[in-house]
Write a protein that binds this ligand. Structure first.
Ligand code: SOE
Length: 376
């Protein structure tokens, strides 16, 4: 059969659906050097797994991820499970010689991320962390404009990732509320995205100073009359010093009442600025000193031109994209990297660097001091 890459996916919930859709769309809208084959899907609930496989066209199902990673007819293992299982699945997949796509956050901490990177490098497989927002065209364009010097030297990177699905204290207890299973709360879930974007757009973070808070201390356990203690943050804020001298602010919260999924960036440079809001993801705010006093002001770039990143694969100018399209771009770039036998970006190294920043911020929140970021 023509070039193909056989995919095995672990996880059939939100990210499993987003990734499945991405493989199907990538093969329809991009000229791929190798076609993704949806070979096998693994999930804990048998009924959900059968529905998932049928709906997205996964050819086989596996009840155990240990069996899926060992299949000879799987080339790429896609990890869409809860945070605590990322490391064991990725290490097993690497040892079985499989390429790996792992959802964010990469791991529970930098030590696990290091194990994943070492296993993948030792196996010589392609590895990527699914930081999908790098591949929102407006943010890919932002990186181009920054690299071209259009805003001059970056002085501030201000990031907020606001959600509000945990405002209600009656929202039931899940693995995301247990530090042993989630690593942290909004911090690892949402700051992971903005720390990766900070590295993508500005550069390395050298030192952080953090504060965290859990506003709802316990939550009802679904299907029981018990309450369970919440051992992670509802909100996690930190200041950052970048290697190039810029200052940054990172705010992640899942109790930002009324903000459903607002990832906001403001990047201020010596000659201009950029602004982004995920709830208006086709738009990029741009301010340029070059416009002069009379014509100064922020303009909104509608990022739907054929010359904009990824857009030539989609619709005519002005026809906007959705939240799911960044995942299509992500798997397209991964499949090309695998076919060409080269590394994918963001790799497990990028995932480790992100985890090192997250870990330093957690230490800072505990100690109440500035903490230098390890590694790098
Ligand atoms: C929940 O906070 C969540 O699904 C995150 O886990 C995703 O990474 C984010 O893109 C949307 O919100």
């Amino acid at each position: 059969m023509a070039n193909q890459i056989n995919v095995g996916i672990v996880g059939t919930k939100f990210m499993g659906r987003a990734h499945s859709n991405a493989y199907l769309s990538a093969s329809r809208f991009f000229d791929l050097p190798a076609q993704p084959v949806l070979r096998a899907a693994c999930g804990r609930n048998a009924a959900d797994l059968e529905t998932f496989a049928r709906r997205f066209g996964w050819q086989m199902t596996e009840p155990r991820w240990e069996d899926l990673v060992g299949r000879d007819d799987v080339d790429l293992v896609d990890i869409c499970t809860g945070n605590a299982s990322h490391m064991p699945i990725a290490v097993a997949a690497a040892r079985a010689g499989k390429h790996i796509l792992c959802e964010k956050p990469m791991a529970l901490d930098a030590a696990e991320a290091r194990q994943m990177l070492d296993a993948a490098e030792e196996a010589g497989v392609c590895h990527m962390v699914a930081f999908n927002y790098r591949r929102v065209p407006a943010l890919a364009l932002a990186r181009q404009l920054i690299r071209e010097g259009r805003i001059g030297q970056v002085r501030h990177f201000n990031a907020a990732y606001y959600q509000d699905w945990l405002v209600d204290p009656a929202y039931g207890y899940t693995w995301r509320h247990d530090a042993k299973k989630g690593g942290s709360g909004a911090h690892g879930d949402l700051n992971a995205h903005t720390v990766d974007l900070a590295r993508f757009l500005v550069g390395e973070v050298d030192a952080v100073s953090a504060a965290q808070e859990t506003f709802v201390k316990e939550r009802p356990v679904p299907g029981s009359s018990r309450m369970a203690p919440v051992t992670v943050d509802d909100s996690f804020f930190f200041l950052a010093r970048f290697r190039g001298g810029a200052l940054g602010t990172f705010m992640a919260t899942r109790v930002a009442t009324g903000r459903r999924n607002m990832l906001r960036l403001e990047i201020f440079g010596s000659k201009g600025a950029l602004a982004f809001n995920l709830e208006r993801l086709n738009e990029l705010g741009f301010y340029s000193e070059a416009d002069g006093e009379r014509a100064q002001g922020y303009r909104t770039i509608l990022v739907t031109e054929q010359s904009h990143p990824y857009l030539s694969a989609w619709w005519p100018t002005g026809h906007v994209l959705g939240w799911e399209h960044a995942f299509v771009h992500e798997v397209r770039d991964l499949l090309v990297a695998i076919h060409e036998g080269r590394g994918a970006v963001p790799s497990f190294y990028d995932g480790l660097r992100c985890q090192q920043v997250l870990d330093a911020a957690l230490e800072s929140a505990r100690e109440g001091t500035w903490v230098e970021v390890a590694g790098g």
